[in-house]
Design a protein around this ligand. Structure first.
Ligand SMILES: [Zn+2]
Length: 375
């Protein structure tokens, strides 16, 4: 009798082990990725970001105010877009990250900087908070972030929209654009920084992989920027950041360009008028929400790799986040103190770049570099 019970128990145990190991295998498909995609478990989800923002607000002793933009609307899938505000000064600085949902580390960098401003007693931090009020939007595109894709998806048609091509005179397609634009028109910032990731490229004339690119979305000295009044200051800003960061370890910085061809030794600058930071510089007035045509300088940073093409590795995430953090922190400081205005604008041309073949636009195709720009 006892032996039969043991046998039964053994059989049951074997059955359970067999069953549970199969079901565990079915439930846990994780482990090393086999399809070349980056493991994104180490990056922040929307829920993580909301929780971190609430933690920062709670421990900031009243310095940080976290809110949603719900009064203007929510994302296509109904998520709130969050903003964190801090500082008491008159200069308004806008910092936005992850307008492209598969560009993850920039959110981490923005939150780290917010945390520093919230908790640090450093002199340069205090200076910034006295001179400026900062508006952080750490996850501009929560739906894209959750789907791990660049775009947002329209709720009704399912159409994919690149939110960084959606600030156009003809109106916005995605609700996220309407929400953030309406908020921007209310805030009327003095300066904005936009954070991105890019694919792999190499610094011109070297075999070094670019870790960080400095970008102005309306090409300096190109078809559009000189007409905005921000042609000089944006070049000064980028030259300032380059000078501050070029000696930081493992950093290989260049100018943001597209259509780079190493054999021909050419690259293109972008001149996209429907980009968010471009529209900010052009003073977009949509639905008469910005009747005075308020505008301001704006630049963007590009960090190496994204989570869709598998070019991000957890090993490098730390330093990629750190270079973004440092670039942001130094540019904000340089802006509020006026140091940026002391930079020679021609230093912009000392940042490595591929010889310019032309401008890639969203309004006239590709414009060759030798075209008469009429000024
Ligand atoms: Zn991007």
């Amino acid at each position: 009798m006892i032996k039969r019970i043991i046998n039964f128990a053994t059989a049951a145990l074997i059955f359970m082990l067999a069953f549970s190991s199969t079901s565990l295998a079915a439930l846990q498909p994780g482990g090393p990725s086999t399809n070349g995609n980056t493991n994104i478990n180490s990056t922040l989800s929307y829920t993580d970001v909301v929780k971190i923002l609430e933690d920062i607000e709670r421990t900031s002793k009243g310095k940080v105010e976290v809110s949603t933009l719900d009064q203007y609307g929510k994302s296509e899938q109904g998520r709130s877009i969050y903003v964190a505000k801090l500082g008491t000064g008159p200069q308004k600085i806008w910092i936005q990250a992850q307008i492209h949902g598969n560009e993850k580390l920039v959110t981490e960098a923005a939150l780290q900087l917010l945390k520093t401003y919230a908790n640090s007693g450093e002199k340069d931090v205090e200076r910034v908070l006295e001179e400026a009020t900062l508006y952080f939007i750490p996850m501009y595109n929560p739906d894209g972030a959750e789907m791990n894709i660049r775009h947002t998806k329209l709720a009704e048609s399912g159409k994919l929209i690149d939110l960084n091509r959606d600030w156009t005179l003809t109106g916005f397609e995605a609700v996220e654009s309407k929400v953030v634009y309406a908020y921007w028109a209310d805030v009327k910032p003095d300066f904005a920084i936009d954070l991105h990731h890019q694919g792999l490229k190499q610094v011109y004339g070297t075999n070094e992989s670019t870790s960080f690119s400095l970008g102005i979305s309306l090409a300096p000295d190109g078809p559009t920027l000189p007409g905005t009044g921000y042609n000089k200051i944006t070049k000064q800003m980028m030259a300032y950041v380059y000078d501050e960061l070029k000696d930081y370890g493992y950093t290989h910085i260049d100018r943001y360009q597209v259509g780079v061809n190493r054999e021909k030794g050419i690259g293109y600058d972008i001149d996209i008028r429907g980009g968010v930071v471009s529209a900010m510089m052009m003073g977009l007035n949509y639905n008469n929400l910005n009747p005075e045509g308020h505008s301001h300088p704006a630049v963007f940073f590009e960090t190496k790799g994204n989570t869709s093409d598998g070019s991000l590795g957890q090993k490098s995430n730390g330093y990629l986040t750190k270079q973004n953090y440092l670039a942001l922190k130094s540019l904000v400081y340089g802006y509020v103190t006026g140091e940026v205005e002391n930079v020679n604008e021609n230093e912009w041309y000392k940042i490595p770049y591929y010889p310019l073949a032309g401008y890639l636009t969203d309004y006239a195709g590709t414009i060759p570099v030798n075209t008469d720009l009429g000024y």
